[in-house]
Design a protein around this ligand. Structure first.
Ligand code: ATR
Length: 274
């Protein structure tokens, strides 16, 4: 559909943001659905975030995605934050409902949807989550909610304690792992650390110590050395592309009230990454 005077605008705010696959994925879905929406990327410096949010309110954008480094900072600028996003402490999706900006987080739910698509069931499974930063917070709530037996290991143990403690308020099945020795027991291991983003990074853990049937998941969407090694040693592996896709599908549902064509969105992402 051509951009016209009635086109509804959605934007992703980040810094940097030009590498984002979201504009391609969402514009393609909007076109496929015949919706009069467009999606743009706006590079906003942290010092200008408040002004940008006010501008978006004034200009009546239909919604936003929020990415690094604004996911936490944007929260106090909104009219309302959904309880799940409040627990996670980060917002990745905003809906403009009649001038009120409502914050959501679709990362964790998107992660669970990506596991379901791969037929990976977490209920009653021994899940080891490595890392306790923002990404870990986003997925841990849903892992606990889905009934996994969840252990959290982090280099800085205080952060794993804090996250496990926050989850323990609502869930019984969560604890901190003292060390990576917990790997040998795990049915599913998830890397939520940033290790793997740079080629010179060490592995976040050694997949050779895992049980033969264990599943290895990386929230990073590139084909990381961890995923490559785990694959070579015969484990089922899941990278972060599914989470990227499904957080986008769920965000699109929040903006438009309609179900976007997820297979089409997946094709677009895969093609753009070659
Ligand atoms: P994100 O939003 O991507 O989760 P973050 O909140 O900064 O980013 O969290 C980064 C995670 O990667 C943390 O768990 C961090 O561990 P610490 O809490 O100990 O810093 C982990 N991490 C980053 N670099 C690491 C390294 N070299 N070794 C082990 N863990 C690392």
């Amino acid at each position: 559909m051509e951009i016209s005077g009635t086109t509804q605008v959605i934007a992703i705010l980040g810094h940097p943001v030009s590498h984002s696959l979201s504009p391609l994925m969402h514009n393609s879905a909007f076109r496929k659905m015949g919706l009069d929406y467009c999606y743009i990327a706006l590079d906003v410096h942290p010092s200008g975030l408040r002004a940008a949010i006010e501008g978006i309110r004034e200009m009546g954008f239909a919604g936003l995605n929020i990415t690094v480094p604004h996911k936490e900072a944007v929260m106090p600028m909104l009219d309302k934050v959904d309880p799940e996003a409040a627990f996670i402490g980060a917002v990745n999706t905003i809906v403009n409902r009649n001038g009120k900006l409502i914050g959501y987080n679709t990362d964790g739910r998107g992660f669970i949807r990506s596991l379901k698509e791969e037929s990976v069931e977490v209920r009653d499974k021994n899940v080891l989550l490595v890392g306790a930063g923002g990404a870990a917070r986003a997925v841990s709530w849903y892992l606990a909610e889905e009934g996994s037996d969840l252990s959290i290991y982090n280099r800085t143990s205080e952060k794993a304690d804090l996250l496990a403690g926050d989850l323990a308020i609502n869930f019984k099945n969560v604890r901190r792992a003292e060390s990576l020795d917990a790997l040998v027991e795990a049915d599913i291991v998830i890397n939520s650390t940033s290790l793997g983003l740079n080629p010179q990074d060490p592995l976040p853990f050694d997949p050779s110590g895992l049980k033969p049937g264990a599943v290895v998941i990386d929230l990073i969407y590139q084909d990381t050395p961890l995923i490559q090694q785990a694959r070579q040693s015969g484990h089922k592996t899941i990278g972060g592309l599914g989470m990227l896709l499904w957080q986008g599908v769920l965000a699109s549902e929040l903006w438009t009230g309609l179900t976007p064509p997820h297979e089409h969105m997946k094709d677009i992402i895969f093609k753009s990454l070659g």
